[in-house]
Write a protein that binds this ligand. Sequence first.
Ligand SMILES: Cc1cc2nc3c(=O)[nH]c(=O)nc-3n(C[C@H](O)[C@H](O)[C@H](O)COP(=O)(O)O)c2cc1C
Length: 336
Amino acid sequence: MDLYRLARPLLFHLDPETAHNLAMKAIHHRLGANLPPVENAKVKLFGVEFQNRVGLAAGFDKNAENVDRWHEVGFGFVEIGTVTQHPQPGNGRPRLFRYPEQKALINRMGFNNDGAEVISRRLAASKPQIPVGINIGKSKVTPLEKAAEDYAFSFNLLKDHGDYFVVNVSSPNTPGLRDLQEAEHLRKILWHLREIDDKKPMFVKLAPDLSEKGLAEAVKVAVDFGLTGLVATNTTLSRKEMPRDPGQSGGLSGRPLKKRADAVLKFLRSQAPHDMVFIGAGGVTQANDAVVKRRTGADLVQLYTGFVYGGPELVQECARALAQTKPQTKGQTSGT
Ligand SMILES: Cc1cc2nc3c(=O)[nH]c(=O)nc-3n(C[C@H](O)[C@H](O)[C@H](O)COP(=O)(O)O)c2cc1C
């Protein structure tokens, strides 16, 4: 029996952040599952071999503390971070809220992380068995007009430790960060990063709350800078899909995000060249949700909230389902 199923009632009695920290420790000490890899699920994309198409989304292992463990939980890749130039504590607690009936979370963590220097040392000492993506963001103390330098500092330190990089301009919990999705700001950041290294696979992560015009502009910038692809999506500020507004500020994730995240993915795919890679995130809480993402245009799929509610079993179910799913969208990368 999956140990997570036994531990879940206890974890759900605890404050969500305490439960998260405990789960991280359990995984670190191998108290969780030690699952064999899902068969026939390997896929090579942009030169990187993924164990399967299901990854742990950014924000769960912000400090790269468990990069050597995630394959044991069934993941085919992991995205660490968000990492910022400066170490920072994030917002005051409580800052993470669970809504089990909706399979949803609201968070306003605010990029709590150990900073690029400590995390690059930690990654240098690790031996991950699956690809590691590194998600970078702007430190709170850095003014918006100096954002590019902040991203560049982190990228410089971390560039040899990641298989791909994600420029996060879409978290709702750092004031002004989402303004960086605007083409002019984004171009400045990407110009700085490409000057450091223009070969590293690079993605931009977008918010589900952007207009179609904003999304189309982001695709154009990604194309102009020869990016590998886009991550769609981050959490939403909208509470439209909740039965009632829970009255907590921050980003909403999980099942209520699914419809919008899928629509954004579909739109982005329609705007993008066929060889652009898409990482789909947002509202995958059952295996069929992962299949829908894949059919909507995602090459890879990520989970955060679904993993909190469904544990390693869900990861395996998604990986198995995706190993048997063919994309429907024309021109999409087909796998191994
Ligand atoms: C508690 C929490 C913290 C998160 N932190 C980050 C983060 O640091 N950087 C980031 O790009 N996304 C972050 N996310 C967003 C997730 O990576 C993901 O894009 C989003 O939650 C949608 O996926 P889901 O519905 O499977 O949770 C966070 C999400 C949660 C719930």
